[in-house]
Ligand binder design. Structure first.
Ligand code: UD1
Length: 446
């Protein structure tokens, strides 16, 4: 299993580009199932989660053709199996996003239930309730959701909780339903707006995406389209924190500053000087130690839970104490236990962690437990004294494109190592090192 070795101490300086957003690309790839005509997608990030979604689509009969410059052509004209197997769904919960599109276009879908997750229970009951309100017959049999509907019909759906993939699944299903669907208490994430924009290009009639009430008037058919995936705001935010924690100066281009207001405001509280352009953000710490910040995660436009671990890392070396409250997932503090192994002063109380900044973290072998937790550990390693070894980095390849080269470009000292390189087998017979994104993911937290 691959690991990162990171030498702490380098102040990060320089410019990198933001990749396409994982959490927009995944639902948009699933949306390709809604039409028999080809979809051309650009700015698709090269990530393990995208490989998983593509594998899932391919085993249904969808043809995928990778072009230059992160372009992907997706053709779902010949879907043979409306089926998502446990082996794939267990590695990526977002696989559930194929449920709505399959049911809406083909009238049937057998999709494995995702099961438990490293960061919390994460049920999909609201996805299923919404589809049932649209007339689907749903049963759960041997771990699989079996959904049937001759044609979905429009419905008024009030989501009990704000759910991102739940809103996306229902919005996609409703595009081909008969009549009008109104989703109230919908999630407002920018990735939902990006999905809606792509669906509109495919001929869907959607209003209100980005607000808490989305209205969809079903049509008989959708058609092909071209779409550029929006930039990844979580990746952008992570590299900004990398600049802040190392007291450096970094510029992220090809991003959308207006999608990061909550994160930028916290970075300013931490003492960062922020400059914005139309599609870039520059953070400058002017060599100063960050100040600790309080964080309270909430659905967009609030502070994203997917940036919580990164700010925990920042607070471990900041001046003062920060109180971090996680409101979305019940078990999303696994990184704290690893940060404590590096000398962090932190106390977990229920869904809250109180972190008191220390002068120095020290390198230690640590374990990544989920995607964003591993980002937090990478950030801590950038400032720890010595060389930190981070294990199970397949988690990070799920969501960060080219992380080694991007951090290297900013001046960090980071390299990956496979177990084979670390412990060569007797006789010196080296097995080839496994490439990052091809490594096997074992958990699906995003
Ligand atoms: C998405 C993101 C993930 C992010 C999360 C919250 C993708 C692919 N993943 O995950 O990166 O961390 O939003 O911003 O976009 N819930 C239920 N029943 C349901 C659905 C959700 O109780 O049927 C609960 C969840 O357990 C959780 C909360 O609602 O406590 C929010 O989860 P949700 O927004 O659905 O997260 P995901 O869509 O899985």
């Amino acid at each position: 299993m691959d690991r990162f070795l990171i030498d702490g101490g380098a102040q990060l300086h320089g410019e990198i580009r933001a990749s396409g957003a994982k959490n927009a690309a995944l639902p948009i790839l699933a949306a390709s199932l809604l039409t028999a005509e080809p979809l051309r997608l650009r700015n698709i990030p090269q990530l393990q989660d995208i490989v998983t979604m593509n594998t899932l689509l391919a085993q249904m009969g969808v043809k995928l053709t990778l072009g230059n410059n992160m372009q992907l052509d997706v053709d779902a004209s010949d879907v043979q199996a409306c089926f998502a197997p446990y082996d794939l769904v267990k590695t990526m919960r977002a696989s559930i996003l194929v449920l709505g599109p399959l049911l809406a276009r083909f009238g049937e879908a057998d999709v494995s239930l995702p099961g438990g997750c490293a960061i919390g229970a994460r049920p999909v009951d609201l996805h299923l309730q919404g589809l049932m309100a649209m007339g689907a017959e749903i049963s759960v049999d041997e771990g699989y959701v079996k959904a049937r509907a001759s044609r979905l019909r429009g419905a008024d759906i009030l989501l009990e909780k704000v759910t991102v993939t739940g809103t996306e699944n229902l919005m996609m299903a409703a595009t081909l339903a008969k009549g009008r669907t109104v989703i109230a208490n919908a999630a407002r994430e920018p990735e939902i707006v990006d999905l809606a924009t792509c669906l509109q290009r495919m001929g869907a009639r959607i209003q209100g995406a980005g607000s808490s009430v989305i209205t969809i008037d079903g049509v008989d058919k959708l058609h092909g389209a071209s779409h550029d995936i929006l930039p990844d705001r979580i990746e952008t935010g992570t590299y900004l924190v990398a600049g802040a924690i190392t007291r450096g100066k970094v510029r992220i281009r090809d991003t959308q500053p207006e999608l990061l207001l909550a994160v930028l405001s916290k970075l300013q509280h931490a003492g960062a000087h922020i400059e914005l352009g139309d599609d870039w953000i520059e953070l400058d710490m002017r060599g100063r130690r960050p100040r600790a910040v309080d964080i309270n995660t909430s659905p967009y436009p609030g502070f994203p839970t997917d940036m919580q671990a990164q700010f925990c890392a920042l607070d471990t070396v900041a001046e003062g104490s920060g109180v971090i409250i996680e409101n979305l997932f019940e078990n999303r503090f696994m990184h704290i236990l690893e940060l404590q192994r590096m000398g962090a002063k932190a106390k977990i109380e229920g869904n809250t962690v109180i972190i008191t900044g220390c002068d120095n973290l020290t390198a230690a072998p640590v374990m990544a437990t989920d995607l964003r937790a591993s980002a937090g550990l990478v950030l801590a390693a950038l400032v720890a004294e010595g060389t930190t070894e981070i294990r199970r980095i397949y988690h990070i390849y799920r969501g960060y494109e080219d992380i080694e080269s991007k951090l290297t470009q900013l001046g960090a000292s980071i390299r990956s190592l496979s177990d084979d390189e670390r412990h060569p087998p007797a006789g010196g017979d080296h097995a080839p090192a496994t490439g990052g994104p091809a490594a096997t993911p074992a958990s699906s937290a995003s």
